[in-house]
Each structure stands twice: as C-alpha cells, then as structure tokens.
Design a protein around this ligand. Sequence first.
Ligand SMILES: NC(=O)c1ccc[n+]([C@@H]2O[C@H](COP(=O)([O-])OP(=O)(O)OC[C@H]3O[C@@H](n4cnc5c(N)ncnc54)[C@H](OP(=O)(O)O)[C@@H]3O)[C@@H](O)[C@H]2O)c1
Length: 279
Amino acid sequence: MYGVIGDPIEHSLSPTLQNAAFEALTMDSVFLAFQVKTGEVENALCGMRGLGICGLNVTMPHKNAVIPFLDKVDAPAKFLDSVNTIINNNGKLSGFSTDGIGALNALKKNGVNLKGKKVLLLGGGGAAKAIAYALAKEVDELTILNRSPEKIKALTETIARDFNKKVSNGLLEPSAIQENLQNADVLINATSVGMHPDDKHSLVESQLLRRDLTVMDIVYNPVKTKLAKDAEKAGAKVVSGVEMLIHQGAASFEIWTGRAAPIEVMRKAALNKLAGAKN
Ligand SMILES: NC(=O)c1ccc[n+]([C@@H]2O[C@H](COP(=O)([O-])OP(=O)(O)OC[C@H]3O[C@@H](n4cnc5c(N)ncnc54)[C@H](OP(=O)(O)O)[C@@H]3O)[C@@H](O)[C@H]2O)c1
C-alpha cells in the first residue's frame, strides 16, 4: 500500500497517476489519499511504520512538518526543508523531494538542453525553490524574480555559493521581466498566477515572448495557461505543468519501486483526470 497525506487532499492527482502506473505494470499495489490534520503528522508516520505502508507522498501543509519524524532526509529535501516522498524500508523512513527533479526531467525529456542556458524563473514559493536548486547544477545563469524578493535572498546566495553559478534575484515587476527576458533562453513561471480560477492572467506581456524561447508554466490547472497559449502563438517551445507533475510522480514511483515509471500511461491518466475535473 502507498498513499498521499495532506489537508485538503481530495483534489490530489497522485492517486490517479500512481494507480495508473501500478495497473500498467500489473503490480499488486494500491495508492490511497489520506486526509491528515495538522498535529496528526507524527501519528500518521507511526501508522506508516505500524501498518507497513511502503511509500507516501506528502503535500500541503505537511511537507516540512514530516521531517522531524523521519530517519533520513536526502540532500535536496534538506536544502529545501521540504519532503514530498517517503519510503519505508523495514520501519526506517527516508524522505526525498522530487519537485525539482520533476521540473528538470520535464524540460530534458521534452528536448530542452539546459547546459549553458540562461533561465528566468518567476516565483519564490516551495516549487520555485525546488526548481532553482535542481536547475542550478545544469544552467549557466539563473535569475529569480519574486513578488516578495526578501523571500528569495537567502536561496539565491546559497545557490550562488554552493553551485558557483551566476544567480541574481529581484522584484517581480513588468520592467524586470522585460529586461531579464531579453537575454533568457528559458522562462519558467513557478508562481500560482494563471491557475484556475485566475486563468485569464499571465505575468508576462505576450509581445515579450519569442520563437527562440522555451516557456514552462508549472501551473497545470488549466492544462494550457494564458502564458502557455501566448508562448505557443509566439512560436516558442512550450512545456506544460502537467509534464512536471508527471515527472515528479514518476520520480516518487521509481524511489518506491525501483522500476522505471510508465510515463506515457501516467501522462494519459493525468490529462484524462484534468479534462474531467469540474472547474
Ligand atoms: N506542475 C507541478 O508539478 C507543480 C508542482 C508544485 C506546484 N505547482 C503549482 O505551482 C504554483 C506554485 O506552487 P507553490 O507550491 O510554490 O506555492 P507557494 O509556495 O504558495 O508559492 C506561490 C508563489 O506564487 C507567487 N504569487 C502568488 N500570487 C501572485 C501574484 N498575484 N503575483 C505575483 N506572484 C504571485 C508567490 O509570491 P510571494 O512569495 O510574494 O507570495 C510565490 O512565489 C501553484 O499553482 C501550484 O499548483 C505545480
């Protein structure tokens, strides 16, 4: 048995993704969603040990709260202070963060080579931090803009120091987007702007988008955000948030099972579920 813990949990796509993968590989496994209230996290992890639940995904608001109850935490999760995947090895619980690798693989598997590239990342929340950490190893230059720039100052300094890369940060405002986009090869929206029901909005003026740009919007509801539509019209290469969702789920699946995740099956299941979701 596998599952996801969070609160609220009913909109999680993890059961759809993981059960489709188990079924495709004819594995005798099931993935369930558990609503776990704040204050019940320790009990939930004791339950994981006691019941022999093999793996858990962790979503809001518990990504940080689970850490004290784990036996081991991997380097990205430690850096981010955030765990979204737990594996149970005979009662020893190890925590991982797969958001960053999910974003990295979404780009790479869609043909985007990040070596030597300049990336403009919008956002400074949990997802943006995970992406910044994962991309820092690969890219040449990273600029992070956030509405609250004080939230990304420490992140920027640590990445510049640890990875010896050119990393800058600033206030997310139209002039800064325009200026930084001129030299960027890849633009990533890791804010929640554009997410349902705010789906008429984009932080980036459509006339700034170009053919030689790769644009990834990590928002996956709607599947095609305003930014993605504008980028497509401009002839840019577009990588959708669904790709990151699938690849972070695939990374969790591989941690738990040691088997290659059936990406195509997971993509189909996620898109079907999102198409059927009532907005
Ligand atoms: N595709 C995937 O697999 C995947 C994975 C994780 C998350 N996501 C999506 O990514 C988005 C962010 O998730 P998160 O976990 O990072 O959330 P979070 O920690 O709450 O961060 C939200 C981010 O959006 C910014 N923001 C919100 N409203 C804004 C506005 N009106 N103008 C400018 N910036 C604004 C926030 O800026 P401040 O810091 O100034 O508040 C912050 O940077 C969500 O839509 C989530 O569904 C997708």
